[in-house]
Design a protein around this ligand. Structure first.
Ligand SMILES: CC(C)(COP(=O)(O)OP(=O)(O)OC[C@H]1O[C@@H](n2cnc3c(N)ncnc32)[C@H](O)[C@@H]1OP(=O)(O)O)[C@@H](O)C(=O)NCCC(=O)NCCS
Length: 160
């Protein structure tokens, strides 16, 4: 799927299945977004698993984001979504996530779960607007590099 985004000045945005050749760039993007980044070899493993769905977001010829889910029977868990810090705040994540959800539906997934840090306002807005609802809370779930422990919200969306 692709859509016009000339206003961004970065070329046309498109969401496509990621391939093994993307592993290095995806690891770079993950490292720029999370304290404990996934390495290239972790992405290579995930890209080789049939139960793991990875999409890349491209702006022109540059990969600027990704979404990763793991599928089990008719349920899936979104493991990670990230956008290049230089490209955030432009509405790009919504199209990435909705396309990713469409592919999960196509794989027979009926219910999707995810965990998100409760103060991550951009991610919470993204997920709520995409139809996810908070169904639980996990106290002190994330450990920050400074030792701070942050809570996670568990979110769910049913696909019809
Ligand atoms: C979460 C993330 C993917 C959102 O990507 P993005 O392309 O910047 O987000 P968008 O521009 O599509 O905006 C999504 C929503 O967040 C809101 N938002 C964006 N940046 C925000 C900020 N800094 N503070 C509060 N809200 C923000 C937008 O207004 C939008 O909400 P709306 O549709 O209700 O208006 C991106 O910030 C990111 O990669 N963060 C680091 C990794 C991460 O936290 N991933 C999610 C947990 S797995």
């Amino acid at each position: 799927m692709s859509w016009f985004s000339a206003f961004l000045g970065g070329g046309t945005a498109s969401v496509e299945p990621a391939t093994l050749a993307d592993a290095q760039r995806l690891a770079q993007l993950h490292g720029a977004s999370f304290h404990r980044g996934w390495g290239e070899s972790e992405f290579e493993s995930m890209l080789g698993e049939t139960n793991t769905l990875v999409h890349r977001l491209r702006l022109g010829r540059k990969t600027v984001g990704f979404a990763v889910s793991r599928i089990g029977a008719d349920e899936a868990e979104i493991l990670s979504v990230a956008i290049d810090p230089r490209c955030r705040g432009q509405g790009l994540s919504r199209n990435l996530l909705l396309t990713h959800l469409g592919h999960l539906a196509g794989r027979g997934v009926r219910t999707i779960f995810l965990e998100v840090e409760e103060n991550n306002r951009a991610a919470l807005s993204l997920y709520k607007r995409a139809g996810f609802a908070v169904v639980g809370r996990r106290e002190r779930y994330y450990l920050e590099p400074n030792g701070e422990q942050l809570n996670a919200l568990l979110m769910r969306r049913d696909l019809s």
